[in-house]
Design a binder for this molecule. Structure first.
Ligand code: NI
Length: 200
């Protein structure tokens, strides 16, 4: 499946949708089903363990995650709120919207969370370590916050440069492939395309 044609292509840092705060969801119904399934597919294909709606360009306040069958399998959390937190935990954190990079980030180790499930029932639970980290990371996405915002300026700059280089490499590979497929264009230099990443 080409990420260019998938309706659930994962948005990369620089895409403005990743910087918008999502409003609280008021109508939670069966219409979310296809979107949620599409997000799970995109998340598994990436592969990742959590994905927030803005990461597929959807301005809705929920995220999906799956830490494995022994930890409940597929989960959807809508309108999440952290109601308490305790301790500190440093963990090497990654993000599908900042591909290929991991950063040691310290956040609370344990949290209490409330929210709603797909049937619009209230859920509340305590989370520790990896699940606590995942919820905090995904909730950040719903507020337009990326893990880059938890880094110092130099680290964040280096991370964005790395993503830009990755994007350009991909675009150039695609342009070269196109030139090979169009013999009539061979007399001209292959057209290079660059993704414009919004400057912060
Ligand atoms: Ni992320």
């Amino acid at each position: 499946m080409s990420p260019v044609t998938s309706p659930y292509a994962i948005r990369i840092v620089g895409d403005p949708v990743l910087r918008q705060k999502t409003p609280e969801m008021t109508d939670i119904d069966g219409k979310m089903h296809d979107l949620v399934q599409g997000m799970f597919e995109a998340m598994y294909a990436a592969p990742g363990i959590g994905l927030a709606a803005p990461q597929v360009g959807v301005k809705e306040r929920f995220f999906v995650y799956d830490l494995g069958d022994d930890r409940g399998g597929q989960q959807v959390l809508i309108n999440p709120v952290i109601t308490g937190s305790d301790g500190e935990w440093t963990y090497e954190e990654g993000c599908l919207s900042v591909p290929g990079q991991y950063f040691e980030i310290t956040r609370p180790k344990e949290i209490e969370v409330t929210g709603r499930d797909l049937d619009d029932n209230e859920v509340s639970f305590e989370a520790d370590e990896l699940l606590a980290r995942l919820v905090q990371h995904e909730l950040d996405h719903l507020d337009g916050v990326l893990l880059l915002d938890h880094l110092d300026d130099d680290q964040a700059k280096a991370a964005k440069k790395h993503v830009r280089e990755l994007q350009m490499r991909k675009a150039n590979e695609a342009a070269d492939l196109e030139a090979l497929r169009s013999p009539s264009l061979r007399t001209e230099a292959p057209k290079k395309r660059f993704f414009g990443l919004g400057a912060k």
